[in-house]
Design a protein around this ligand. Structure first.
Ligand code: ADP
Ligand code: MG
Length: 529
C-alpha cells in the first residue's frame, strides 16, 4: 500500500471524527454555472462542448494519476467526469455525495492545478452530483445556493436515516441467487445492510455498496466494477450479501452471487460434461454479478473464462462487484488487462476496525440475540473488554457474542468478566496466526542483517546484500501465500526464476547448516510476534 493512500486513510479517519475542516476553495458557484448553461442552449453546441470537455478531461485524469499515484487516483477519481467549461469555471460530476465532499476537502487544489493545464484560464471547479440514470449533472436539483454543505459524515448519517429502519426481513426470500438454472453460493440471511455497522474503516465501502444496490438497473451506474478488498473478517462478504439481498428485495434484476471457488468448480464441471458454451451463456442475462474471494480464482482456463465473462458483462453495461483479500495490482493470477479493467470502477479497502466500531458491532450482535431472547444481558464492562481485546476481525466479535449467549443460556446468570476473559483467551488462541506480509519480512530481514531495504530491493550483487535478499525471498515463500512472480516483483522487480533459485539455495543450506537453520527460526519468531 502506498504511503499516499495510507495518508488518505488517516485523513479519512480524521474527517470521520469531525476534526477536519472543509476547504471551501471549490464550493458551489451555481449561479455562474447556471449562466454558463443558459448561454449555450442549442443541443448541438452543448454536445460539442461536452465532447471536447471530456477529451480534455481525459488528459486531466492522466495528469492527476501521475501526480497522485495509481492508488489514490483509482480510489477517488475513477468516477469523476468533466461536464463543462465556460472559460473560467470547470464543472465536474461524481456519482455520490460522499465522493464530492471528499474530493473537495482533500484534493481541491490538486484538481484545480491539474485542470489549469488543459482548461486554460480555469479559476474554479465546481463538483456536482450526477444522479443515477442521468448522464447530466443534477447540481441544480441537489444543491441550494449559499447553503453550506454538510460534512460527509453528517451526509451519510442522513442517508442512513432515510433508509427505512424496519424493513421486511429477507426470511421470505430464498437463501441463494440463481441465473438460468445456475445456482449461486448461499447467502447468509443475517448479512444485510441493516445489520452492517458503519464506521471510518468501512464508510466508503458501505456507501459504494448501497449505491450499487440502489442503482442496479439504472443506465448510468455509479461504480462499475466495484472492487472491495481487505484482510479477512472485515465485512466484504457481509457487504456482498447485503447487496444481493437488497437487489432481490427491491428490483427485478437478475443477481448472481458466487465465490471464486464455486465459479471454478462449476466451470470445471461444465468442461467435463462438454458444456462450456452453455456455461458462458448462463451469465448472459445477469444484471449484477457478485464474485467473492477473487484471490482464489485459479487455473488458466478458469481465469480466461472469468475474464471473458466479466468483460462481456461490463461491455454490456451490467454491474460487477468483486471482493478480494488483495488489491487488484496484487492479483497475480489474472492478466494485466483484467487487473486494469477491475481498477477502472471504484477500488476501496476496508481497513481494520477501530475500537469504537468493534464496540458497536458487539452491541449490534447482542441486540440481535435479544430479539430471540429479550432477557439476554451482557454487562457493559464485558462488552468493553471484548472490544478492547478482540482486535483482528468481525469473526472474533461474532464468535464472542455467540459464546456469551450460549454460556448465558446454560447458566442463566449475567456473564462475568472472568468468563469473558476465558472466552477471549479461547478465541484469541484459536485464531490463525497473524498474516505475515512481505513488508514485514523486508523490515525484519533488513534490521537483522543491518542492510537497508533499498539495498535489498536494489540491483546490488554484493554478498552482504544478496544473502539477506535470498533469505527474505525464502521466508516470503514459506510464510506467505504469494506466488513466485509476485515475490519477485516485491523484491525489486526480479524474475521468478531468480526467486526460485534463491529458495532452492537457502532450502538446501538450511538442511546442511544448523546455524543458518537457527537463524531462520529466529527470524520466523520475530515475524510471528
Ligand atoms: P470478510 O468477507 O471480509 O472476510 P465477513 O463479511 O465474512 O468478512 O465478516 C466477518 C464477520 O464479521 C461476519 O460475521 C460479519 O457479519 C461481521 N462484520 C464485519 N464487519 C461488520 C460490520 N461493519 N458490521 C457488522 N458486522 C460486521
Ligand atoms: Mg469473505
Amino acid at each position: 500500500m502506498s504511503h499516499g493512500l495510507e495518508a488518505a486513510r488517516l485523513q479519512f479517519a480524521a474527517i470521520s471524527g469531525g476534526e477536519v475542516e472543509m476547504s471551501h476553495s471549490v464550493e458551489g458557484h451555481l449561479s455562474s454555472q447556471l449562466d454558463a448553461r443558459s448561454s449555450k442552449s442549442e443541443p448541438a453546441a452543448k454536445a460539442n462542448e461536452r465532447k471536447s470537455c471530456s477529451e480534455r478531461g481525459e488528459k486531466v485524469r492522466a495528469i492527476l494519476k501521475a501526480r497522485l499515484g495509481e492508488d489514490i487516483y483509482s480510489s477517488w477519481f475513477n468516477a469523476l467526469e468533466f461536464e463543462s467549461f465556460d472559460g473560467r469555471l470547470v464543472v465536474a460530476t461524481v456519482p455520490v455525495k460522499f465522493l464530492k465532499s471528499w474530493i473537495q476537502s482533500h484534493y481541491a487544489d490538486d484538481l484545480l492545478e491539474c485542470c489549469a493545464a488543459e482548461f486554460e484560464g480555469a479559476e474554479r471547479i465546481d463538483i456536482v452530483l450526477r444522479q443515477p440514470g442521468m448522464s447530466k449533472p443534477a447540481g441544480q436539483a441537489n444543491q441550494t445556493v449559499g447553503q453550506p454543505s454538510a460534512s460527509p459524515v453528517a451526509e451519510l448519517a442522513m442517508a442512513e436515516q432515510r433508509r427505512p429502519l424496519a424493513r421486511p426481513g429477507p426470511a421470505f426470500l430464498t437463501g441463494r441467487t440463481h441465473a438460468n438454472g445456475f445456482e449461486g453460493s448461499p447467502l447468509d440471511p443475517r448479512y444485510t445492510f441493516d445489520t452492517f455497522v458503519v464506521g471510518p474503516a468501512n464508510r466508503m465501502a458501505h456507501a459504494a455498496a448501497t449505491q450499487v444496490a440502489d442503482t442496479v438497473l439504472a443506465d448510468d451506474r455509479a461504480f462499475n466494477p466495484l472492487y472491495l478488498h481487505s484482510n479477512v473478517g472485515l465485512g466484504k462478504t457481509h457487504l456482498q450479501h447485503a447487496i444481493a439481498w437488497e437487489v432481490k428485495r427491491h428490483s427485478k434484476a437478475q443477481v448472481l452471487y458466487l465465490t471464486a471457488e464455486r465459479f471454478r468448480y462449476q466451470f470445471v464441471e461444465a468442461i467435463k460434461s462438454q458444456d462450456a458454451l452453455a456455461f458462458k451463456d448462463k451469465f448472459r442475462s445477469i444484471d449484477i454479478l457478485l464474485i467473492d474471494d477473487l484471490e482464489f480464482m485459479r487455473g488458466e482456463k478458469t481465469e480466461q473464462e472469468f475474464e471473458h465473462i466479466v468483460n462481456s458483462l461490463l461491455d454490456g453495461g451490467k454491474q460487477v462487484v468483486v471482493a478480494s483479500a488483495r488489491p487488484p495490482a496484487q492479483l497475480d493470477g489474472l492478466n494485466d488487462r483484467m487487473r486494469s479493467r477491475l481498477q477502472r470502477g471504484l477500488v476501496t479497502e476496508i481497513s481494520s476496525l477501530d475500537p469504537a466500531l468493534r464496540l458497536k458491532i458487539l452491541e449490534k450482535r447482542a441486540q440481535e440475540k435479544r430479539a430471540t431472547d429479550p432477557s439476554f444481558e451482557i454487562p457493559s464492562a464485558v462488552v468493553e473488554l471484548l472490544a478492547d481485546k478482540l482486535t483482528e476481525s468481525g469473526r472474533e466479535l461474532e464468535g464472542a457474542i455467540n459464546r456469551l449467549y450460549l454460556t448465558w443460556q446454560l447458566m442463566h446468570a449475567p456473564v462475568t468478566l472472568d468468563i469473558a476473559e476465558t472466552i477471549i483467551r479461547d478465541l484469541v488462541q484459536g485464531i490463525e496466526p497473524r498474516r505475515i506480509k512481505i513488508e514485514d519480512i523486508l523490515r525484519i530481514v533488513s534490521r537483522h542483517y543491518a542492510v537497508s531495504k533499498q539495498d535489498i530491493l536494489s540491483q546490488r550483487r554484493h554478498r552482504s546484500v544478496v544473502r539477506p535478499r535470498q533469505i527474505g525471498m525464502y521466508l516470503a515463500k514459506h510464510l506467505t501465500s504469494r506466488s513466485l512472480p509476485e515475490i519477485g516483483r516485491r523484491f525489486g522487480d526480479r524474475d521468478h526464476t531468480t526467486v526460485l533459485h534463491a529458495i532452492r539455495k537457502i532450502d538446501k543450506e538450511v538442511g546442511e547448516n544448523p546455524r543458518l537453520k537457527e537463524e531462520i527460526e529466529e527470524l520466523k519468531r520475530q515475524l510471528h510476534r
